[in-house]
Design a protein around this ligand. Sequence first.
Ligand code: ZN
Length: 225
Amino acid sequence: MEFRQVMMRRLILLGAPGAGKGTQAQALEERYHIPQISTGDILRAAVKQGSPLGHQAKSYMDAGELVPDSLIVDLIRARLQEPDTEPGWILDGFPRTPVQAEALDNLLQELGQSLEGVVLVDVPEPVLMERLVGRRTCTVCQKVCHVKFNPPPVNGCGREDCPHQWVQRSDDREDVVPTRLAAYHRNTEPLINYYQAKDKLHRVDGNRPSEDVLATLTNLLGPVV
Ligand SMILES: [Zn+2]
């Protein structure tokens, strides 16, 4: 494992479903006070606020169409100019393709910002499989547990205000997960190559306890200032 101390505060987090990316992003957000910016969240927020961009996005979503890259870039442009992004940001879910990565490069140049690194939380396929297939989600509070690693308590999941109905989400089914993972790899490989060619990619071994993964990530990001 190679460590380059670069004081990353503007970064992209990549990882397959089940790689633990969400958990790590949340921990980094708390530690460094840099917001995690997910395309899904921005879209939902814009639609909810009823902003002009939100209205445009909603018309695509209502029609069951993909929101075009240019509109996503406009939303990210607005988001990256909000004051809480001053200390840095973690992009999650964008870019997804090399074309989007180029659009992001252009946007950041326009904003006078730079992408300091791309972190790939790397987890072997069989481990992802086991993590996803064993996952159970409470249909009421959306809490997640795992049949083997974090078994649901017999009498509820710890939240007293919830009846806790554990189910396996349809996209965590054993017959669906391989397709999901194959799609992830197919879509993400070109992006990984793109950032590797720019010498921005950091691979982090995600097949470890989450606190160990976090330790490696904080090593990459540098000390809290
Ligand atoms: Zn619950």
